[in-house]
Write a protein that binds this ligand. Sequence first.
Ligand SMILES: [Cu+2]
Length: 114
Amino acid sequence: MLRNTIQSLWRVSMQALLLMVVMGTCSLAEAEAPNTVVIKNFMFSPMDVTVKAGSTVTWKNLDGEPHTVVNDAGLFRSSALDENDSFQYTFDKPGVYKIFCGIHPNMKATITVQ
Ligand SMILES: [Cu+2]
């Protein structure tokens, strides 16, 4: 009876440990690609990104259609990004930066730099 209880407690704690390891691995994987915006299904994802001044943001196009990354204030404009192409820009100054796709101007996003 006592032995069964100890065995089930042991099993539960091992499962909890395994879960913590799995969750730890997941958060580590997220940390490897910070400040990345994917372009998929004619949308920037996420649409709103907040980064610290000095951060580099990477946009990666996962669509089969070309897209561009354009700042509405004319700060930067990528060339047409084909599937799996990416574009990077480093935001030095705090502010709110509006982004759109030059080919599909209804595709919009915002980068907030703190
Ligand atoms: Cu586009």
